[in-house]
Design a protein around this ligand. Structure first.
Ligand code: BGP
Length: 477
């Protein structure tokens, strides 16, 4: 195949989230977040208080290893590093008037360390880590007051890091609140007691908050680029039955709604009609409508897999996946966790989003969660021969290159979990995404030592050649 090109200033890098890597869950004045009481991720109930079996409490201890980890990113040639700020480090309970200076200092150190190597931070303001106090006292984003607390948090971090951080994302996978209200939206009321109206109201609060801080961010940091972040998944009709195409369209809208509001500054007609047909009433004030008009500079999204929608469930079986579930596609394979692997779906989604919005796009998550085996080479070096990960990433990047060739404006690519971290949905270490192996096990044992995997050198080469090396070594599968 002919070598396709990535733009000269393409932002190559990797991504993590504070709650999955930092650890130090109660150090230097940090308050608890919803993650500190979710020892099983989405597989189990929340606990009343943090329990020792919760791997996220220690994570991979990025809090104390950040210098070493940023040096490793630099060695790979990263241009950008996506991480989140743990809200509860800055405002331990979430509703205080004054921030926690120690928490602010930590991110100063992280961002300064990045700049030492010419790495641009890309910051997610809220990545599944609402302060627990806001969940328990206010029921999280169900409560309009969260907009005010979020605004205060954003003003604080914009003021403090405005000169160090140019790229910002408001809410990680904002569409996930419908599926995981506690993890995503800090909503303490059990899911089965929440009505659809409750969920859409909470979403409305987040959408208003997102637009509001986009406006404030632009005022406070004129050079900043502020984007939304949606959980991206490609949906196909399982069969050519026109009813399946309609099923696909409806399922797609569960995601597109969020990009529509962020990019167009208002709710689309289809959701208003849906609310009406279901008797759902959302409290949307005229001021809210004004605020929503503050649209984003770019659209970012996660992409791991695709799924099928159908009106013929008897023809397939349900699939696992990144919160949004569907039916198995007989033409694609799946990961060990049942997430269907579909590189072409990425090209399709990039084109679809660009056609719809004509806004720059940013792939801020993509990767393969897999079990790795640490081996010792003859020279004593420890590593992982993760050809399967290389194959996954290579094929997705090639499809991204094709989308660029199709005309899509793509700002960059940060693969998920550039270093092994605790997984979000299952809260385990065994599901590894990294270019760097971290010696930590599901039972909590391990030295936290870091080791470069084979994919580390592969990605280094990809970045160094601005993607051209993707078309060599075709034999690795
Ligand atoms: C996304 C989240 C990440 C993340 C990733 C992979 O939904 O934004 O936080 O971890 O998916 O999921 P998991 O860690 O469950 O494999």
């Amino acid at each position: 195949m002919q070598n396709l090109k990535f733009p000269e200033n393409f932002l190559w890098g990797g991504a993590v989230a504070a709650n999955q890597c930092e650890g130090a869950y109660n150090e230097d004045g940090k308050g608890l977040s919803v993650q500190d009481v979710l020892p099983r991720g989405l597989r189990g109930e929340r606990t009343a208080a943090p329990t020792e079996d919760n791997l996220k409490l220690k994570g991979i201890d990025f809090y104390h290893h950040y210098k070493e980890d940023i040096a490793l990113m630099a060695e790979m040639g990263f241009k950008v590093f996506r991480t989140s700020i743990a809200w509860s480090r800055i405002f331990p309970k979430g509703d205080e008037e004054e921030p926690n200076e120690k928490g602010l200092e930590f991110y100063d150190k992280v961002f300064d360390e990045c700049h030492k190597y010419g790495i641009e931070p890309l910051v997610t303001i809220s990545h599944y880590e609402t302060p627990l106090y806001l969940a328990e006292e206010y029921d999280g984003w169900k409560n309009r007051k969260l907009i005010t607390f979020f605004e205060r948090y954003c003003r604080t971090i914009f003021e403090r890091y405005g000169k160090k951080v140019k790229y910002w994302l408001t809410f990680n996978e904002i569409n996930s609140l419908m599926h995981a209200p506690f993890m995503s939206g800090g909503i303490n009321t059990p899911k089965d007691q929440l009505s659809e109206a409750d969920l859409y109201q909470a979403i409305h609060h987040e959408l208003v908050a997102s637009a509001l801080v986009t406006k404030i961010g632009h005022e406070m940091m004129p050079d900043a680029k502020i984007g939304c972040m949606i959980l991206g998944i490609t949906i196909y009709p399982l069969t050519p039955d026109p009813s399946d195409v309609i099923a696909m369209m409806e399922k797609d809208r569960e995601t597109l709604l969020f990009a529509d509001v962020h990019a167009r500054g208002k709710y689309p007609e289809y959701i208003k009609k849906y609310w009406k047909s279901q008797g759902i009433q959302i409290n949307i004030t005229p001021e809210d409508e004004e605020i929503l008009k503050n649209t984003v500079d770019f659209i970012s999204f996660s992409y791991y897999s695709s799924t099928c929608a159908t009106t013929h469930p008897e023809l397939s079986t349900p699939t696992g996946g990144n919160l949004i579930k569907g039916y198995k596609n007989p033409y694609v394979k799946a990961s060990e966790w049942g997430w269907q692997i579909d590189p072409q779906g990425l090209r399709y989604t990039l084109n679809k989003l660009y056609d719809r919005y004509q806004l720059p796009l940013f792939i801020v998550e993509n990767g393969l969660g897999a079990k790795d085996e640490l081996i010792t080479l003859e020279n004593g070096e420890k590593t992982v021969n993760d050809d399967y990960r290389i194959a996954y990433l290579r094929e997705h990047l090639k499809e991204a290159a094709k989308a660029i060739e199709d005309g899509v404006e793509l700002m960059g690519y940060t693969s998920w979990g550039f270093i092994d971290i605790v997984s979000a949905s299952t809260a385990e270490m065994a599901k590894r995404y990294g270019y760097i192996y971290v010696d930590r096990n599901d039972d909590g044992t391990g030295t936290l030592e870091r080791y470069r995997k084979k994919s580390f050198y592969w990605y280094q080469d990809v970045i160094q050649t601005n993607g051209q090396s993707l078309w060599k070594n075709e034999q690795i599968c």
